[in-house]
Design a protein around this ligand. Structure first.
Ligand code: ADP
Ligand code: MG
Length: 244
């Protein structure tokens, strides 16, 4: 039996004539920061969407903690410790930063607006916001945050569910260099605290210093897998990125 935290087994998804993910198999071992890279359109986001239950696979299997996820649903997976961020950060712009955190902690808007949020919940949200240096912004509508701050908020919010596995889809895309450093720091801290990561990332320097192993997708399936030093010099990988 595998010790993998996540096993993706011959996963396939077609959109009309396009096979976005094609008999794709890979594993994520516990305690790793695993990178999923590949040229634009290679199927990274589609794979994420199936793993996290936002999209139904045409075929294939996903196992989390060794258990087959028969009908992946985002909310169920979230409660079981698998959560994600989106390429375009998804937050509630009308809610305050703090309310976004409390909602992510498992409260529906009804509880929130019924003011049944206890001081303990709000304290936990504030502790997390302080760690992300967003505490000064806690009472602002989340829609007022900068693009980079929204990405940080989304990451912080995902952590309110105490996940074991977090999938990040391009956490630093479009984010300024200071914010990239902050994001890297937060990933490292959470990793040190025991969270496993699967990260789609285009910034190769960041991938090289942060992630091990690296999985390279091309046309919906892995073409390389291994430590970043090896991936960097793999002729198949260079060809996938440069040629086509
Ligand atoms: N909802 C969709 N409908 C039709 N085609 C899609 C859809 N989502 C993705 N695709 C196609 O699937 C392929 C993989 O896309 P995607 O998973 O977004 O790649 P990546 O995240 O690696 O850039 C692309 O050819 C893309 O155009
Ligand atoms: Mg994508």
């Amino acid at each position: 039996m595998s010790n993998a935290l996540l096993e993706v087994d011959h996963l396939t998804k077609r959109f009309g004539g396009v096979t976005a993910v094609d008999e794709c198999s890979f594993t994520v071992e516990p305690g790793t920061i695993t990178a999923l890279i590949g040229p634009n359109g290679s199927g990274k986001t589609t794979a994420f969407n199936m793993i996290t239950g936002y999209l139904k696979a045409d075929s294939g299997e996903i196992r989390f903690h060794g258990e087959t996820i028969a009908r992946p649903r985002p909310a169920t997976l979230y409660r079981r410790g698998l959560s994600r961020t989106f390429q375009q950060a998804r937050i509630f712009p009308e809610l305050t930063v703090e309310e976004n955190m409390v909602v992510a902690g498992g409260f529906g808007p009804r509880e929130l607006f019924g003011r049944r949020v206890t001081s303990a919940d709000s304290e936990r949200a504030l502790t997390m916001l302080t760690q992300f240096r967003l505490d000064q912004l806690a009472q602002l509508p989340a829609g007022d945050l900068s693009y980079g701050q929204r990405k940080l908020l989304e990451f912080a919010a995902v952590l309110m569910s105490s996940p074991t596995l977090v999938l990040l889809d391009e956490p630093t895309a479009g984010v300024n260099p200071v914010m990239i450093d902050a994001m890297e720091q937060h990933i490292r801290e959470r990793h040190a605290a025991g969270v496993t990561f699967l990260i789609v990332e285009h910034d190769m320097q960041l991938v090289m210093r942060l992630c091990d192993p690296v999985i390279v997708l091309d046309r919906g399936a892995p073409i390389a897998f291994g430590p970043p030093e090896l991936i960097q010099n793999d002729p198949l990988v260079l060809e996938a990125y440069l040629g086509s």
